[in-house]
Ligand binder design. Structure first.
Ligand SMILES: Nc1nc2c(ncn2[C@@H]2O[C@H](COP(=O)(O)OP(=O)(O)OP(=O)(O)O)[C@@H](O)[C@H]2O)c(=O)[nH]1
Ligand SMILES: [Mg+2]
Length: 450
């Protein structure tokens, strides 16, 4: 079988025209309509040689663009010698086929482009499996169009005849077999990961989520000193990375970085990336990172919330982090945002500004789930004592007269209580709830240390 994705996705270094059909009710400015798509295609290595935007209440059912604009596009293709047309819209299989026939040029829609970027950037075994699965599911109903591509590429062999139903049937069967195989492999990986995630459950975890290019990985590095891949490209990170984060005067928790979100994420990709976001689902707290210098910032916040909601992650308790404050040109815009999202924390992962406030906000939030306990146990109860060492903040330790028993007073996350290895000879008393530290009450050195 011809490998559809390989042929389809060779968009690199191609001369492309970008096209978008926007609805006036979407309130997208005409000159900003293609900004994000430009970012996406540049990430994919495409050269932009022309752009075309049409205002239309609804995309044309057969060709997305209206008749007149389609004609304009055909002229433009000839004029700028384009090899590729990239649509910001998602096209149905028949729309793609029709436009391709009309213009005689390869068409890539938004989903295909994102899939292409994901495919190039996927590093881990799991990310690769997920992307391949998403691609196959996306291309299955589009096989006919792919064959048309191939014929053109191969110099018109059999041109006009089409692939024939028999060929398509064979392709579909092969494709379905591969899909089943990928699904099986993925569920193996998932089972393995569930085990590692649950190994970690004794640590408090915080997860970074947010729109692609918001600065999640940069923030991760700034907070943990970890060496995570950063790039001024969309989708630099395609799988979850977890690092230790030492919260000042508090202790060690885990911080995990995740794949970025984007509007109209291909449907299949949302489904297959669900598992990559498992860490976010299990996290005690989410930090929703936002590029506050981006004019589309509010759209980005909404998109991320929507996707989180779709995959069943509660976004309402996330701490909103306005990143890149150093890059904001119009400070009054930032002020308006801050008024609107009054609990958001403003930071710059690059200059370090605000990181202390962010740590403090995280501590406050996590601390609201803490209790002070007193545990009295034989000194030989090593398992329990090392649990307390590792996962709580010990306030005092007192030994009995004969040194056979110890009483430990400690501050611990409430959710760890059921996990403690208490024996019959152990006594546990809950002494009080730990209250969040009100802002401004924190001593100077705490607020200024990162
Ligand atoms: N000026 C400025 N640039 C920043 C800041 N934080 C991140 N950046 C830049 O923004 C770009 C994207 O940063 P990343 O950390 O890769 O973004 P990300 O959210 O992890 O992106 P994906 O992994 O693609 O989802 C890089 O060029 C960073 O250097 C900041 O606070 N200020
Ligand atoms: Mg990243």
């Amino acid at each position: 079988m011809a490998d559809p994705k390989r042929e389809e996705l060779q968009v690199k270094a191609k001369r492309a025209i970008l096209v978008s059909v926007i609805s006036p009710s979407n309130h997208i400015e005409k000159d900003q309509a293609l900004d994000e798509l430009k970012g996406l295609v540049e990430t994919a290595g495409v050269k932009v040689v022309g752009t075309l935007v049409q205002n239309r209440e609804n995309p044309h059912p057969a060709t997305c663009l209206g008749k007149g604009k389609l004609e304009e596009l055909k002229q433009m293709v000839k004029h700028v010698d384009a090899e590729l047309i990239v649509f910001d819209n998602n096209l149905s299989p028949s729309q793609g086929r029709n436009i391709e026939e009309e213009t005689g040029t390869v068409i890539v829609d938004r989903s295909e482009l994102i899939l292409d970027i994901f495919a190039t950037h996927a590093k881990t075994y799991e990310a690769k499996l997920q992307v391949e699965l998403a691609q196959l599911l996306y291309f299955r109903p589009r096989l006919k169009r792919l064959w048309t591509h191939l014929e053109r590429i191969e110099g018109g062999v059999g041109a006009g005849r089409g692939p024939g139903e028999k060929q398509l049937e064979t392709d579909r069967r092969l494709l379905d077999k591969r899909v089943a195989e990928l699904k099986r492999k993925l569920s193996e990986v998932e089972r393995r990961r569930e085990r590692t995630v649950s190994h970690r459950f004794q640590h408090l975890t915080v997860s970074l989520v947010g729109y692609t290019n918001a600065g999640k990985s940069t923030l991760m590095n700034a907070l943990t000193g970890a060496d995570v891949y950063i790039a001024d490209k969309l989708f630099a990170t395609l799988d979850t990375r977890t690092r230790r984060w030492e919260l000042p005067h508090w202790g060690e928790i885990l911080l995990s970085d995740t794949v970025g979100f984007v509007r109209d994420l291909p449907h299949h990709l949302v489904a297959s990336f669900k598992s990559t976001l498992e860490e976010a689902r299990q996290a005690d707290l989410l930090l929703h990172v936002v590029d506050s210098s981006n004019p589309e910032v509010e759209h980005h916040i909404k998109t991320v919330n929507k996707v989180l909601d779709e995959i069943g992650i509660d976004y309402k308790n996330a701490i909103l982090v306005f990143n890149k404050t150093d890059k904001v040109e119009d400070r009054s815009k930032l002020d308006v945002l801050r008024l609107k999202y009054e609990n958001a924390i403003s930071v710059s992962a690059v200059s370090g500004e605000g990181l202390d406030r962010l740590s403090q906000a995280v501590i406050d939030r996590l601390a609201s789930g803490y209790v002070i306990i007193e545990v009295e146990t034989p000194v030989g109860n090593g398992k329990l004592l090392s649990q307390l060492e590792d996962h709580s903040l010990i306030l005092s330790r007192e030994y009995s007269n004969d040194d056979s028993r110890v009483t430990v007073e400690t501050r611990i996350a409430r959710r760890f209580l059921p996990l403690l290895k208490l024996s019959d000879e152990t006594e546990l008393k809950v002494k009080g709830e730990e209250q969040p530290v009100p802002e401004g009450v924190v001593p100077e050195e705490t607020t200024h240390e990162v």
